[in-house]
Design a protein around this ligand. Structure first.
Ligand code: NCD
Length: 312
């Protein structure tokens, strides 16, 4: 039987193309399960999962929680705002306290890049990175690629442009890694000030003009400007950003071909995309959310099956 090459999902950087294909095949199965009248399966009975959210989250957190419930896991939830982290407790101490209650897996979102990697060296549980600062967001990239495959039949050979705040976006970095592992070509577009300095070293090209980028691509992934990660201003005004890099219906309708529009959420309607684009049939934003559930079930299932084998 196939299994993942890793015991944790810390980033797309650490997994192989084969791992991604296995996650997708497993997600296909769970996608069928969640359409059934009885959506719950006993696969993770006796597995205890802690959801540790040290940073705000709506859809990722709900998606993980629902995925765990559909797999019949026992879960405990923690959010930093209401915890002893505010009293000065260290990350390892907080997590070890939780783990002493015999937790098998940890799903963690944390503002510090590398928090998951750090934790994996200090605790004895399987860790899933649900976003570590501006570094990686592996489950988002996997659900994005899964959604592209579902809509276009394959990721290999497709042209994808990621538009917006590449500098502060963990979604961008994980998507670049995942898309390239699966054989897509990636361009990035947005204000020059929001591009990491050596972005080309990742094997992507920078296209400063939105219309050129859109006319080139099969898929446009429109990212939110991460204002919460900015201590200075990177462009003159939101209005100006929207004028140059916002996607509206008239731009979409006047392209040379029909493209797919993606967005990881939360959307700032009227900034990176207008409402009529977000709600158009070319947008697969809600498919992404639905696929997120199946993809996260697949990851939890595949990692949990490794824990059990390690125990025995
Ligand atoms: C993203 C995130 O938190 O990195 N959202 C998400 O997980 N769906 C993107 C964002 O916040 O813009």
């Amino acid at each position: 039987m196939s299994e993942l090459s890793v015991n944790h999902l810390l980033g797309i950087k650490y997994i192989t193309e084969k791992d991604i294909q296995l996650i997708f095949e497993t997600a296909d199965h769970f996608k069928e399960v969640i359409q059934r009248p009885i959506k719950k399966v006993p696969s993770l009975r006796d597995v205890t999962i802690a959801n540790l959210f040290f940073e705000n989250s709506t859809r990722t957190r709900l998606s993980f929680e629902l995925a765990e419930k559909r797999l019949s896991a026992d879960i405990v939830n923690f959010s930093a705002g209401s915890s002893s982290v505010k009293k000065g407790e260290s990350l390892v101490d907080t997590v070890n306290n939780i783990l002493s209650m015999k937790v098998d897996m940890v799903v963690m979102r944390h503002p510090n890049p590398g928090a998951g990697v750090f934790l994996s060296k200090h605790i004895n549980a399987s860790i899933i990175n649900a976003g570590d600062g501006a570094h990686e967001h592996p489950t988002q990239a996997l659900l994005d690629c899964y959604s592209i495959k579902e809509r276009l039949g394959d990721v290999a050979g497709k042209k994808v442009v990621i538009v917006g705040d590449i500098l502060h976006s963990r979604v961008a970095l994980s998507n670049i890694f995942a898309l390239q592992k699966l054989g897509a070509t990636v361009k990035v577009c947005g204000p020059k000030t929001l591009m990491p300095r050596h972005i080309e070293s990742l094997g992507v090209t920078y296209e400063p003009n939105l219309i050129n980028a859109l006319n080139w691509c099969d898929v446009a992934n429109m990212l939110r400007v991460q204002n919460e990660r900015m201590d200075i201003s990177y462009f003159p005004s939101t209005r100006e950003y929207t004028q140059q890099f916002g996607l509206n219906k008239s731009i979409l309708d006047n392209l040379d071909k029909e493209i797919i529009v993606m967005h990881p959420g939360p959307i700032n309607r009227g900034v990176e995309i207008t409402s009529d684009v977000a709600d158009s049939k070319q947008a697969i934003i809600l498919d992404q959310v639905q696929n997120g559930l199946a993809v996260r079930m697949a990851i939890l299932y595949l990692l949990a099956s490794k824990i059990k084998r390690n125990d025995s």
